[in-house]
Design a protein around this ligand. Structure first.
Ligand code: SF4
Ligand code: SF4
Length: 322
């Protein structure tokens, strides 16, 4: 084992893995809150990307011998912990109704933090991960754009560093938004975009940001699938939730495109869906994707090749529907 690898292994074994172990036990505390929205019988099991990736590194697999943007990982871990610890600072009797002006201010504040989309919906138990809970059913859903030039280089260190940087920036933004809500008397539970307590793509779709593509990611008109998602759950009950989603045509378009299916380096995106362990059907075979993903800087080829990543939603829609 080289010095570099030994240092990384010690860093992972002494710092990252014990941290994650403590954190995963700590985040289950949300289950103790009586008003929390708990997982349901058909909830998905969360796939812990940081934990599973670190385990691969520990086994000498994955990116142990490659460059890894560790600076973002430390900040991500700090903000994951902050998202749960800060729950103790929620007001004991949080306000439940927000004015239109406040929601406009909230939107502007989120955008000032680099958030590209702010939407609203309500979460039910089936979108909460197994053995987890979120504090409120009212969801403020957030998306942040991922840089196109770096996505165009996928898979590469530059792409991975940008993605980790986006996770970090969005996690920081979610915590700041939770703090902003608490200062105004509202309850808030920020979830980190890396991991989190709930399935974000359905929340993004229910908020009207876009529609899920064959690769399982939300395709938005502005950036296609070049976004990361997260959510802040809040006591605000009168959030203007989206009633309709106008992007359902994407499902049929994917049947004619299949670029992500053809270009995935390990054929992990399938022609026909397979059952996920929760019983849900999915087109992505994680057992094929994840090893390649960890060995190749988080891959992201399926994002790069998706035609919507060019930001030409209207052109694609017009050509497809006419
Ligand atoms: S991340 Fe890479 S390996 Fe995984 S599904 Fe996308 S293209 Fe395939
Ligand atoms: S690459 Fe094509 S098939 Fe895959 S998600 Fe994008 S539009 Fe759909």
């Amino acid at each position: 084992m080289g010095v570099n690898t030994a240092v990384k292994t010690v860093f992972i074994e002494k710092l990252i893995l014990p941290f994650l172990d403590r954190f995963f036990r700590f985040e289950k505390d949300v289950l103790k809150y009586p008003q929390a929205i708990r997982f349901g019988p058909d909830s998905s099991k969360r796939f812990n990307i940081p934990l599973e990736a670190m385990k691969r590194v520990q086994r000498g697999e994955g990116f142990v011998n490659r460059r890894f943007p560790a600076q973002f990982m430390l900040s991500i871990l700090r903000n994951m912990r902050k998202s749960v610890r800060s729950l103790a600072r929620n007001p004991p009797a949080p306000l439940r109704i927000a004015s239109k002006e406040f929601l406009q201010e909230l939107d502007s504040y989120a955008k000032s933090l680099g958030v590209s989309h702010v939407g609203f919906t309500k979460i039910g138990p089936k979108h909460v991960f197994q053995d987890m809970a979120v504090l409120y059913e009212n969801a403020i859903v957030l998306a942040m754009e991922m840089d196109k030039d770096r996505i165009d280089k996928a898979p590469s260190y530059e792409t991975m560093a940008m993605i980790m940087g986006t996770y970090d920036k969005l996690g920081i933004a979610a915590n700041k938004i939770a703090h902003y809500l608490r200062k105004q008397g509202f309850g808030a539970h920020a979830c980190h975009p890396l991991g989190g307590m709930a399935l974000y793509p359905p929340l993004g779709q229910m908020s009207g940001f876009g529609f899920h593509g064959r690769h399982g990611l939300i395709i938005t008109p502005e950036f296609g699938p070049r976004i990361r998602l997260t959510a802040v759950f809040t006591s605000i009950e009168n959030l203007p939730s989206q009633k309709k989603n106008e992007h359902g045509w994407i499902r049929e378009y994917c049947e004619t495109c299949l670029q992500c299916v053809k270009k995935c380096p390990v054929n992990a995106i399938l022609d026909t869906p397979i059952p996920h362990e929760s019983g849900k059907m999915t087109y992505t075979d994680r057992t094929k994707c994840f090893p390649y993903f960890t060995e190749n800087f988080g891959c992201s080829v399926c994002i790069r090749v998706c035609p919507f990543s060019e930001g030409n939603y209207a052109q694609i829609k017009n050509a497809f529907i006419s």
